[in-house]
Design a protein around this ligand. Sequence first.
Ligand code: SF4
Length: 214
Amino acid sequence: MQGYIFEADEQKRAPEKSSAELSLLFDTAKVCRQCSLAESRLNFVFGEGNHSADLVVIGEAPGAEEDASGRPFVGRSGQLLDKILLAASFRREEVYICNILKCRPPGNRNPLSYEITSCTPWLLKQLQIIKPKVILVLGKVAANTLLGNTLSLGTMRGKLVQWRGYDCFITYHPAALLRNPNWKKECWEDIQVMMRHYATICDADKLTEKRVKA
Ligand code: SF4
């Protein structure tokens, strides 16, 4: 990935340094044509939010509205995600939101394995810069893709999962919750489990801000 220099240190970067590095990464990634999704995309959807966020939210890939706007999780799914985050005491701008794939698969089909292989390095670079304490993975496809398994969402959700040294939690994709509102209760249970873990690893100042629900 020419044009981007990755530092291998493990320390959380200063916010301004994270912003500068993410900007550099964005400038390099936005012209990516490593898979055929570059041919059909309207916009490259890098991600947005707090460049030194403790919580990163990862979905599978941009949909039609994300492709049109160049922003992750907009439209009805995005509005529901915002509500879920707010219920967990996070404003959208406090966290970082992105997808595994940065370009929309036609017709919102599932990512192909070569697309995942091509695009995952961008996500890994983002995470190396942001250094989140917790990652929230949205939906079965995203979780299967990251974890390299075929497990059901029911098997993976609601518990701590380690992935590449990151503390991850998996729950329903907001689009699935819009299709089946009965799953919202389970989603909220997953978020509460995540928040309890967040509370154990977050510094005292942030803990007082978060009003973690027991
Ligand atoms: S999906 Fe990822 S790998 Fe494929 S062209 Fe877009 S940025 Fe590049």
